[in-house]
Design a protein around this ligand. Structure first.
Ligand code: GLU
Length: 303
């Protein structure tokens, strides 16, 4: 991977932000908030706004949703200077990063299916063990596969056993020279701002490459933010905890650390965050109903 800088001194670079939706559904007011915050930030500092299409999940991504993303953003008055970076066209970049982590002996092939892992965890919990969960509520992956010998790993891979690649979190944390931190310029619900101490260990052995795709969200976002020279990552507060993983991967791969601005989410009347999969009202349908873009901004909590 060829990245221009490996330090955080970026005084001479233009501010660069990105809006990074996944084309697996229509955008809603939450996306409008994120996109407009990125756009206004870029405008205010004469910086660059980039669009990134996060379509590594090739089973769910659809070209019609990508087209709809462009239409919605243009309607909101947002334009971008260069073609979007489509993650599905850059798997080689993520594989290169994974190969680097393999060289450092910080990843391992994980062979348990979701059901096998779940039953292993159920048994351990039935035996009185407290099983740790990550900030999204998913149980940590059992450590068994980490302890498989090299010969056994090779044998199973050679045999064609399906596997993901996971970060060996304990080993990764052991090698760190200092506490990981990041600069947060948002003010989250709990007032998190300023220098934040990262806590990647709460995530366990995160997936870095899936069975079907040679990457994962965490790996692709880390690599792309560096390759696209993103200086400030502006995104929803639901990704605040994931930033700890991204800071760890940046450090392991020698990549620069952007500043982060995690913004409040748009919620419905019951306080639930909006979601494509719950069929929340889309920007396209609001547009069809004749709602004006400036009203969308207000509906998304912006002036
Ligand atoms: N692709 C992610 C989403 O649609 C956003 C990732 C990010 O901004 O880091 O929620």
């Amino acid at each position: 991977m060829h990245v221009a800088t490996t330090t955080t001194n970026r005084d001479s670079e233009p501010e660069t932000v990105r809006f990074a939706p996944s084309p697996n559904g229509l955008l809603h007011l939450g996306h409008a908030r994120s996109a407009l915050l990125n756009w206004r930030f870029a405008k205010a500092c004469d910086g660059r706004f980039l669009l990134r299409i996060e379509d590594i999940d090739t089973t769910r991504a659809r070209p019609e949703f990508e087209r709809a993303i462009s239409e919605d953003l243009n309607w909101l008055g947002i334009v971008w200077p260069e073609p979007p970076r489509r993650q599905s066209e850059h798997f080689a970049d993520y594989s290169e990063a994974l190969a680097e982590l393999r060289r450092l002996d910080l990843v391992y092939p994980a062979f348990m299916s979701r059901a096998e892992a779940a039953s292993h965890i159920r048994e351990a919990e039935a035996g009185g063990r407290i099983w740790r969960r990550d900030p999204d509520g998913a149980p940590h992956y059992p450590r068994q596969d980490r302890n498989l010998g090299e010969t056994e790993r090779k044998r199973r891979i050679h045999r064609g056993d399906p596997h993901t690649w996971r970060l060996d979190m304990q080993a990764a944390l052991k090698g760190l020279q200092a506490n990981l931190t990041w600069q947060e310029t948002g003010t989250g619900p709990a007032g998190e701002t300023g220098r934040i101490t990262a806590d990647p260990g709460v995530w366990g052995d995160v997936v870095l490459a899936r069975r079907d795709v040679p990457s994962s969200y965490h790996l692709a976002v880390t690599v792309d933010d560096a390759l696209q020279q993103i200086t400030t990552v502006i995104r929803g507060h639901d990704l605040f905890a994931a930033t700890s993983v991204h800071r760890l991967l940046q450090t392991l791969l020698g990549l620069p650390a952007p500043t982060y601005l995690h913004h409040d989410l748009v919620r419905d009347e019951t306080g639930r965050k909006l979601s494509k999969s719950d069929g929340d009202v889309s920007l396209a349908s609001l547009r069809q109903k004749g709602v004006r873009p400036e009203v969308i901004a207000r509906m998304a909590g912006l002036s």
